[in-house]
Design a protein around this ligand. Structure first.
Ligand SMILES: CC(C)(COP(=O)(O)OP(=O)(O)OC[C@H]1O[C@@H](n2cnc3c(N)ncnc32)[C@H](O)[C@@H]1OP(=O)(O)O)[C@@H](O)C(=O)NCCC(=O)NCCS
Length: 216
């Protein structure tokens, strides 16, 4: 999820270099990460693919929404955003969307991340919109493994950070993201008497030099 899609406050950047980096990211580079095409630990024996939303078949696309609904609907209902199925479907099928998906040995999907390469408040980022695992696959290291892939894709390409939004009333996810090195991002909103926010924005920064130049 991303607050941009909730309140339509997307910032525009005129930084051409960063836009070129984003354009380059949209060429598939998961293929090169051969060591990350399989995950066989803690009873999981899965393989991963990374595709544009336009390349997903209907069955897989429907499953991504169904899993989101099973895992998250109650948290959205509890939030200021509420649960808006049509809006969520529009966000999940945005033409810039990429999906990292894990399948088990029976070719059933068990986990996915929906992400996009973007300019966010002037920074070239990989925005992780969703990280969703089937309940029986949670706490087996798969979430950590998938985030590692997103970080590799982002940092190899010279992006500044991997960024994501999490509800304050999702303590499990907040603990997870902190335990894998995510911190409050400078764009995370701060609640005041006038305005209360029920989400926070977390990020992990690229520690390599020359961020944005695509020449690490
Ligand atoms: C949150 C989620 C993505 C985490 O992925 P995961 O594969 O279950 O987590 P991992 O096994 O990789 O956990 C890595 C570490 O994070 C921490 N962690 C993970 N889940 C946690 C939980 N429920 N409570 C506290 N800490 C947790 C632990 O330190 C864990 O290491 P450990 O298992 O060795 O103790 C996954 O559980 C999920 O899909 N949850 C439901 C949907 C959701 O909330 N998504 C995030 C939306 S923003």
């Amino acid at each position: 999820m991303s607050p941009h899609h909730q309140n339509g406050k997307k910032m525009k950047s005129k930084d051409k270099a960063k836009k070129l980096v984003i354009k380059a990211c949209n060429q598939d580079s998961f293929g090169e990460l051969v060591a990350f095409h399989k995950y066989s630990r803690n009873g999981l024996n899965s393989h991963l693919i990374c595709k544009r939303v336009s390349e997903l078949n209907d069955e897989t696309r429907i499953w991504t929404f169904d899993l989101l609904k099973r895992n998250m609907q109650s948290m959205y209902i509890q939030s200021n955003w509420g649960w808006d199925e049509d809006k969520k479907k529009v966000e999940m099928t945005d033409a810039n969307s990429w999906y990292l998906i894990a399948f088990n040995e029976n070719e059933n999907p068990i986990a996915y991340s929906h992400f996009q390469y973007d300019i966010d408040y002037g920074a070239a980022v990989l925005y992780c919109y969703e990280l969703q695992l089937e309940p029986e696959c949670q706490r087996k290291g798969m979430g950590r493994f998938m985030l590692q892939i997103l970080e590799l894709l982002a940092f190899k390409a010279g992006l500044e950070k991997v960024i994501l939004t999490v509800f304050l009333h999702n303590p499990a996810a907040r603990s997870f993201f902190r335990s894998v090195g995510y911190c409050i991002d400078e764009t995370s909103p701060v609640s005041s008497i006038e305005e209360q926010f029920d989400y926070e924005i977390l990020s992990k920064h690229n520690k390599r030099k020359n961020v944005g130049s695509n020449e690490n």
